[in-house]
Design a protein around this ligand. Structure first.
Ligand SMILES: Cc1cc2nc3c(=O)[nH]c(=O)nc-3n(C[C@H](O)[C@H](O)[C@H](O)COP(=O)(O)OP(=O)(O)OC[C@H]3O[C@@H](n4cnc5c(N)ncnc54)[C@H](O)[C@@H]3O)c2cc1C
Length: 248
């Protein structure tokens, strides 16, 4: 038998949590189901690469709302539940276990995912979730060297966080300068120099083509990581400073 809700929200992020508020502003009683693939209530992601590292935020402060809020709003929150199929004609969503959920209104708020690399399964860790933060933070307790793929905001913020912890940090990205896709060229060049001054080894204009787990070490990739294609095989030797020790 299928479960039935007036509103089904697929995606347990900020948009999903905000949608609950939006719905309740118009409809006080219609049943709502919120589905989140992660095992956490909807939370803010920006602190994952900033406030948590600087001690300005705690994990307990991340959730957009606490459990009591969803209860008070009569929202059934399905955590750790991935919606794997939607049939708009039948107005039916199905989770990975095959359980069916009928709806009157559907919101898809599944957010973004890091751009995935064509290599490095098991060796590269993508950074997007609070679990990724916990993993990286724990790794920082016992590892000394980190390689970040991607020269966007998240890669830059995490590299800075780890450098501030005294780690040896290398960044590899395909652009000439850090944050080049979002900052004017002069400013991007300045920021890149600043990172170098702070001891971050920057390998710019380069794209690694392979990574593997070695000696228990991993590579952490960021969502703004490099796109890889056949042509990207060139110049991988530029990673040698790290590879010589850690064998990427
Ligand atoms: C480390 C980090 C730092 C950031 N810093 C900033 C910042 O400083 N400023 C800024 O403006 N933005 C920042 N962002 C971006 C911001 O967090 C996103 O714009 C925001 O998270 C988008 O919210 P969302 O709800 O649309 O998607 P998401 O937060 O991605 O949430 C979507 C949720 O849906 C779940 N989901 C996906 N598919 C399914 C499915 N089939 N079934 C069930 N659930 C599913 C996902 O697991 C996820 O939990 C940052 C992002 C990250 C990762």
């Amino acid at each position: 038998m299928a479960h039935q809700y007036r509103y089904v929200i697929v995606g347990g992020g900020l948009a999903g949590a905000s949608a609950v508020e939006g719905i309740r502003a118009h409809d006080r009683s219609g049943s709502i189901a919120l589905f989140g693939k992660e095992h956490h209530l909807p939370y803010d992601r920006p602190p994952l690469s900033k406030g948590l590292w600087l001690g300005k935020t705690t994990l307990a402060e991340l959730p957009v709302h606490d459990e009591a809020f969803y209860k008070s709003q009569n929202v059934h929150v399905y955590l750790g539940t991935e919606i794997s199929a939607i049939d708009p004609k039948k107005k039916e969503a199905t989770d990975a276990d095959g359980t069916r959920f009928l709806y009157d209104r559907l919101l898809i708020a599944t957010g973004g995912t890091p751009r995935s690399l064509s290599f490095g399964a098991g060796a590269v860790t993508y950074f997007r979730t609070v679990d990724d933060y916990t993993l990286l933070n724990a790794a920082a307790d016992h590892l000394d060297e980190f390689l970040f793929l991607g020269g966007g905001f998240i890669g830059g913020e995490l590299a800075a966080a780890l450098r501030m912890k005294g780690k040896k940090v290398t960044m590899v990205f395909p652009e000439e300068f850090l944050l080049q896709r979002v900052l004017p060229p002069d400013l991007a060049a300045f920021v890149t120099d600043y990172y170098r001054e702070k001891g971050v080894e920057i390998v710019s204009g380069d794209v690694p083509t392979g990574a593997e787990r070695a000696n228990g070490k991993r590579v952490f990739g960021a969502p703004s990581g490099p796109t890889l294609d056949e042509g990207a095989r060139v110049r991988v030797e530029l990673c040698r400073p790290l590879a010589a020790k850690d064998r990427l």
